[in-house]
Write a protein that binds this ligand. Sequence first.
Ligand SMILES: [Zn+2]
Length: 486
Amino acid sequence: MKRDWMVVVAAAVVLLGSCRPEVGKVETLFDGTGIEPWRAEAAPGTFQLEGNELVCSGGPGTLVWEGGRTFRDFVLEAELKTEPGAFALFHFHQARPFDARVSQGYAVVVANTPCTMEEPALAMKSGSLYGVRHVYFPMVRDGEWFRLKVRVSGNQAETWINGVRVMEYIQPAQPWRGEENAGRLFSEGTVALQLTSGTMRMKSCRVELLPPGEALPLRVDEAWDATVTRMMEEGFPLIDFHTHLKGGLTIEQAIENAQRLGINYGIAPNCGLKFPVTNDVSLAAYMDTVAGKPIFRGMQAEGREWITLFSPGAVARFDYVFTDALTFTDARGRRNRLWIPEEVWVEDKEQFMDQLVGKIEAIMSQEPVDIYVNPTLLPDALMPDYDRLWTPERVARVIRVLKENGIALEINARYRVPSAAIIKAAREAGLRFSFGTNNAAADLGQLEYCLQMIDSCGLTPREMFLPPVHEKKPVLIKGLPDKITG
Ligand SMILES: [Zn+2]
């Protein structure tokens, strides 16, 4: 009897093995000649063949691939183009009949329109694994054809935009899932294209079958994986807008770190007098080094004279601009740099605070920036008195100038500022917030203080900063003043 079973098992192995020649086979899902065997689940008018393109417009609607075969491990490649406001999802590992309301398998986002976190569901960009790992930085613009590639192997999904990897996710053995998304798991199934809004065009779509993938070990600890996934399900952007290539950190290492942790990075050079980026020419040279990289491109504006060194058009090439109020010249002509104890002059703490608040007001009202970083940080000697020195009146003045100028308040992970009390007051006033590390070394940490503040202060996705659309950049609206006062 036992022998018979062995024969059956052996036969099964041979049968399974006979499927192997399919590995490497390419299945064309769309080549411009017809929509069949895709089938519209609802709103069939949403999907039309125009010339050689599949036009998905109007929506919402879903198109399911009914080609007979199912996919487990594969590489999907599609040529796509979006128009402003488009939001679509490539679902995979889906059951038939497909039901978008039922949680099963995963979906990759197609969306390229810049927007604020007021629409958290639309804020994520192409290449995001919906509700699991989100990409917020723009890789392509509406109106441009681009190539989306999705690779699924074992317990890993990766996405590329125009050949640049933007996202990696490794599913743990016991992944964290919200109640409604328990079925968000790798399995096997078909592909479905769901249009939520706007217009998306597809020129081609093909799937290459891969051999069964291995289960990869997690590259982060399980608690972190669960934290990130929970934030993504809630639509909470996990972005560190204030990182630097310092301490030997290369851009490749930063990107690897970002995709391993599930954090989007904004990488910023220091720009100003006696810094590597000091005029339009060096700014352009820097931009060449980060062109096409899967990051946000930030500008740290240094000193107060930076506004005299660059043209608005050059500054606007950055996704956003930030500055702090740690460098200023005091009433006696001394250049203070608050993070260097030897370069700070505090004769009287109260007077120093009043002067500092005045400097913050002058900087934030006159310099065209998006984010106030290292906010409320005091010289080392004053930090023990932080809560006493930041009186409600002083805090209110800082919040008012940020509010009036539409500037976001950074929650800084390295210095652990501002205090929860100040963040709560800023929330009350309707400010937006960004997370930032301001790393001095290669280790970027994991935004520990920022994540604590989400809980302590009840922050919501809608209160978080995203870079403005080009036309609304402060430097293009305000311009650059000739001379700064105060
Ligand atoms: Zn910095």
